[in-house]
Design a protein around this ligand. Structure first.
Ligand SMILES: CCCCCCCCCCCCCCCCCCC/C=C/C(=O)SCCNC(=O)CCNC(=O)[C@H](O)C(C)(C)COP(=O)(O)OP(=O)(O)OC[C@H]1O[C@@H](n2cnc3c(N)ncnc32)[C@H](O)[C@@H]1OP(=O)(O)O
Ligand code: FAD
Length: 671
């Protein structure tokens, strides 16, 4: 079967791997990106960008200062904006996303939050009077915006944000103010230096009454000079773990007046005479966060895929040690521990991307509903995206770290691309709601589902399985080798565990309540258990999504995807074995069975490992990794990369000349 990546001159070990492929990699790639046409379009974009001098990096960013990186990124961003239509259909969201990945990379660029949050916030929350004016200008990039919600003192607890927007009936304006140091906006991406506008989240005050957080459009800088406007202090918050090319910023506003229409009033409204009308659902103002939480799943699936590609290809190229005496050194991919480290990451990357596809469909359905005045899909989607955001970012972070360590010493070098990738990706555990906090949102929903299930009330999509009757004992290992029934048995076991953990967490909560604690205090006493239930529930959702995509995939790729799903489910069940054992639903013997099946899966997948990661179809530009390059010619490339280090511009460094040589000279003369 063809692996389409084989080319002459490639590392022979990689070519050998590609020749053992049992499926058509292009078919899997097309399935992953929606169609053959989408796959071809991606490749055309890659080809054009790779050949274009505007996007060449003579010196890798690894060797540049932050300011130089930002300059290089801004230059490329301008080229993308001015010449985008030469490369792709600029009205196609996914093509643009790919273009940006290829042309600019993942560390941030001047328009990241403009497209990622500023425009979605305006489109989703602002009323016609405001959108008619600002959206065409924002789309035309006459103005650039950020989403300024988090403050130095508060990010998670939006209810206590300190920035105020006080309605002045006399002038029909809002007065926006930063009352304390901790009220300064702190962290918003692209706020520091790039944006001249921002959607700013403020506590709305009318007639001295605090109404809660609402969003306002505020101009920050002069459109001509880009200087901050009077009363506005804005800047960059300094170096951070990653996102070097994003100017995450601070902002203080000193009684800045904006017209009434600058409040984002699609859902909640303030009339000219100061009458407040609440939204049809209390949390519609938080809609931009739901949007990002849903869509970031795709980015994090791709981040994990990048790491899996690098680790798998490198492990096929790297030979070290022997499994048996008297034979040549083996490819490190032949070690069972290496397979156990990497293959689950490949499976999880597929699982995350497939789950994203399901969520995207649900998100689109919810938006359609809201446009027709219905918000009934929002609570379920908010609950599951909160869980997915937390589980996926954590899973991808752990996975990238495993892949990095699987590359040994070279994984620690920036040449591998993995330290930077980890830095960028792991931010997702924090932004869009810290993971522990967002899991509690899911748990809260699970508690309602437990109550509904006990009362025989209808259950919504993500918790529908709470209504199933449990068989009491797992069928794992008792399906006589019927793979479809085996999969179903594992899914049933995971659902059983999620349901049980939710019921137990609910009982613990109730018990503390009966012991005299308030509901809220009691909640804090059981949040570890609540979050555990939320995590397992979310992992069930992912397993179901993956299963659905595999069973409905085209027959040509179904066998390899079924192998991957087997590995995924065996790995998930072994990883969560304690939950399956705790109430005796599974026996120790069944867990031993699952482990032996997992080890068989590693062997089954071994011949297709490289082809499975090739099917992610990430180009060398996107990978940005000497270790993961498609041709596998790693060692020469590693040396050429290191040669570019600024420490190698001269053979004798000024620092050595100035301090180290005189020191050695002094020591010699002392003898
Ligand atoms: C095939 C090809 C595919 C290609 C695919 C391409 C994909 C494209 C990818 C695009 C990627 C886009 C990425 C864009 C770039 C991203 C960069 C990100 C930069 C980061 C930005 C930020 O971080 S912005 C700031 C984010 N801040 C937060 O998230 C704050 C977190 N805090 C909160 O959200 C809230 O304070 C809270 C939820 C924790 C608590 O809120 P509150 O106290 O008000 O409420 P309660 O807990 O009491 O709950 C009351 C009630 O409301 C419900 N609820 C809460 N939130 C919501 C909500 N958002 N929606 C709906 N409902 C909500 C809650 O469940 C409660 O319900 P009850 O019924 O009362 O129980
Ligand atoms: C790379 C990056 C980009 C960002 N971009 C933006 C942006 O564009 N716009 C923007 O507005 N913001 C942005 N942020 C800010 C981000 O949204 C917040 O940092 C995030 O929501 C977490 O809030 P916090 O910093 O207040 O954390 P905190 O809430 O202070 O969290 C600290 C600890 O307290 C715990 N904790 C807090 N509350 C609870 C609770 N109720 N229960 C249990 N534990 C709790 C947390 O779990 C965590 O362990 C960005 C942040 C980063 C890192």
């Amino acid at each position: 079967m063809p692996n389409r990546c084989i080319k002459e001159g490639d590392n022979p070990d990689l070519t050998k791997e590609r020749k053992t492929c049992t499926f058509d990699t292009d078919e899997l790639t097309a399935n992953l990106y929606g169609s053959r046409n989408n796959m071809e379009r991606r490749r055309e974009i890659t080809k054009k960008i790779s050949a274009d001098p505007d996007f060449a990096d003579p010196i890798p960013h690894d060797f540049l200062s932050r300011e130089k990186c930002i300059e290089a990124t801004a230059k490329k961003t301008k080229a993308v904006v001015q010449r985008g239509s030469e490369f792709c259909d600029v009205t196609n969201y996914y093509e643009m996303l790919h273009l940006i990945n290829e042309a600019i990379g993942i560390g941030g660029y001047p328009l990241a939050l403009h497209y990622g949050m500023f425009l979605p916030a305006l489109e989703g929350q602002a009323e016609k009077e405001l959108t008619d004016d600002i959206i065409p200008r924002a789309k035309n990039l006459e103005v650039i915006g950020a989403y300024a919600q988090t403050e130095m003192g508060h990010g998670t607890n939006l209810r206590e944000l300190e920035t105020t927007a006080t309605y002045d009936k006399a002038t029909q304006e809002f007065i926006i103010n930063t009352p304390t140091r901790s009220a300064m906006k702190w962290w918003p991406g692209n706020l520091g230096k790039m944006s001249n506008y921002a959607v700013v989240t403020c506590q709305l005050f009318i007639d001295g009454r605090k109404i809660g957080p609402h969003n306002f459009l505020v101009q920050l800088r002069c459109e001509k000079t880009h200087e901050p406007l009077p009363g506005i202090i804005v800047g960059d918050i300094g170096p951070k773990m990653a996102f070097d090319t994003n100017d995450n910023g601070f902002l203080a506003l000193d009684n800045i007046r904006v017209p009434r229409k600058n409040m984002l009033m699609k859902h909640a409204k303030v009339s000219p005479d100061g009458v407040y009308t609440p939204p049809m659902h209390a949390k519609l103002n938080y809609g931009t966060m739901v949007y990002v939480r849903a869509h970031m799943l795709y980015a994090h699936g791709q981040f994990l895929a990048t790491a899996a590609i690098v680790a798998t290809r490198y492990s096929a190229v790297r030979r070290q040690g022997r499994i048996e005496h008297g034979v040549p050194e083996v490819q490190i991919l032949d070690y069972q521990t290496q397979q156990h480290r990497i293959f689950p990451q490949i499976a999880r990357a597929y699982a995350i991307i497939f789950t994203y596809m399901d969520i995207k469909d649900q998100y689109d359905a919810m938006i359609k509903g809201i446009a027709e005045g219905q918000t009934d899909l929002l609570p379920d989607l908010h609950a599951i995206t909160s869980g997915l955001k937390s589980v996926v970012t954590h899973m991808a972070g752990l996975g990238i770290e495993q892949c990095r360590m699987a590359c040994g010493g070279h994984g620690y070098s920036d040449a591998s691309g993995l330290p930077k990738l980890y830095g960028v990706q792991i931010g997702g555990c924090t932004y869009e709601g810290e993971n522990m906090v967002m899991l509690q949102q899911t748990a809260r929903y699970l508690m309602k589902a437990v109550a509904s299930a006990l009362q025989g009330k209808p259950l919504s999509h993500s918790v529908a399985y709470f209504g199933k009757k449990s068989s009491g004992k797992s069928r794992i290992g008792k399906e006589g080798g019927d793979i479809a029934r085996e999969h179903e048995a594992m899914l049933e076991a995971l659902e059983h565990a999620a349901c049980r953990l939710s019921v137990e967490a609910s009982q613990m909560w109730e018990k503390r309540g009966r012991g005299g604690e308030t509901k809220e205090r009691a909640w804090n006493g059981v949040t570890v258990e609540m979050n555990r239930a939320a995590r397992v529930h979310t992992r069930v959702f992912m397993a179901r999504s993956f299963h659905r995509r595999v069973t409905s995939s085209p027959p040509s790729i179904r066998p390899v995807l079924t192998d991957l799903l087997s590995l995924y489910l065996h790995y998930e069940c072994v990883d969560m074995a304690h939950h399956l054992l705790e109430d005796g639903f599974c026996s120790g013997e069944q867990i031993r069975y699952l482990k032996s099946r997992l080890y068989e899966d590693l062997t089954t997948l071994r011949p297709n490992a490289v082809s499975l990661v090739d099917s992610f179809d990430q180009s060398d530009r996107e990978l940005n990794s000497v270790l993961g390059r498609r041709d596998g010619n790693v060692y020469e490339a590693l040396y050429q990369w290191a040669r570019k280090s600024e420490l190698n511009y001269t053979d004798v460094l000024p620092a050595v000349q100035k301090y180290v040589m005189p020191m050695m000279e002094e020591n010699r003369s002392k003898l």
